[in-house]
Design a protein around this ligand. Structure first.
Ligand code: SF4
Length: 284
């Protein structure tokens, strides 16, 4: 169960993504996976490199498209555990349409977003997670847009597993990824993963001062969607832990007729030329 490979990450020293990588590797081992059981699909951005740093199947896709690829992989081979990953720009800007539809579809994959509230790979521009007033090269007078609230948005879109963590909380983050992998449906885990090079506002110290652990809120019940929404709004989204889980709703795979019989990857796909020709003719 060795999920480390010999590729040295080229993230800046101190980047939060190192801990996310370690948590993913530990979680995969803890749930009993072998490297050949796991596929890590990533988008573009500093964090998108993560698929190359884990000893598993991997696909470094295109900007904002980690989720369509990950969903295709899962539909073709339900036996694989599929983790999609990328940054907040990748998932909540160009890829936001895919994020919302994967959530409502409830396909059984885990999506880990490394949220550093800036575009790091392109050297520090405002992201959809940057707060209003945030100054970067692209917004020298401060951003005039509000930051997106991914956890509230996920709840609204019908998510069945919504969690948030901080990259330094390795134990908690690992446990959340394990829970996300085991969840029968789409799991979204947003991880505050500081960019030490370009984001001088949302630093490790800033998160330590501003984050509230849900485990410290007496009586917090992650099965209560309304309470989850209320808690997020009261804390400006700055909470960590399992925010919401619904174990009742069926996953996409459970609802697809015939899906459970044979994974596409193992099916005997002999081309029926007559059927194919008829299909093509219908579109002519
Ligand atoms: Fe990490 Fe920021 Fe460096 Fe990218 S630029 S590797 S996000 S610290």
């Amino acid at each position: 169960k060795e999920f480390r490979n010999n590729v040295k990450p080229n993230w800046c020293p101190g980047c939060g993504d190192f801990s996310v990588q370690a948590a993913m590797q530990r979680a995969a081992a803890n749930v009993g996976l072998e490297p050949e059981d796991l596929a890590v699909i990533s988008g573009i951005g500093c964090s998108g490199r993560i698929s190359g740093y884990i000893n598993s199947y991997g696909f470094h896709g295109i900007h904002g498209r980690a989720l369509p690829i990950a969903q295709g992989v899962k539909m073709a081979n339900r036996d694989l555990t599929v983790i999609a990953s990328g940054g907040d720009g990748d998932g909540f800007a160009i890829g936001m349409g895919h994020t919302v539809h994967a959530i409502r579809r409830n396909i059984n994959i885990t999506y880990i977003v490394m949220d550093n509230q800036i575009y790091g790979l392109t050297k520090g521009q405002t992201s959809p997670r940057s707060a209003a007033g945030f100054k970067t090269k692209s917004t020298p007078a401060g951003s005039i847009e509000q930051a997106i609230s991914p956890m509230e948005l996920a709840l609204t879109a019908g998510a069945t597993f919504v969690a948030q963590s901080f990259s330094t909380d390795l134990k908690d983050l690992t446990a959340l990824i394990e829970a996300g992998i085991k969840h029968e449906g789409f799991s979204l885990i947003n991880v505050f993963s500081p960019c030490v090079t370009y984001n001088k506002v949302n630093t490790y110290d800033w998160f330590k001062e501003n984050l509230t652990k849900l485990s410290d809120i007496e009586g917090y019940d992650p099965s209560n969607r309304e309470a989850a929404m209320q808690t997020l709004m009261q804390n400006n989204g700055l909470v960590t832990g399992l925010i919401y889980q619904n174990t009742e709703r069926k996953s996409y795979q459970e609802l697809v007729s015939g899906y459970s019989e044979t994974p596409l990857s193992q099916a005997d796909l002999k081309l029926d030329q007559a059927h194919f020709d008829k299909l093509v003719a219908e579109f002519m």
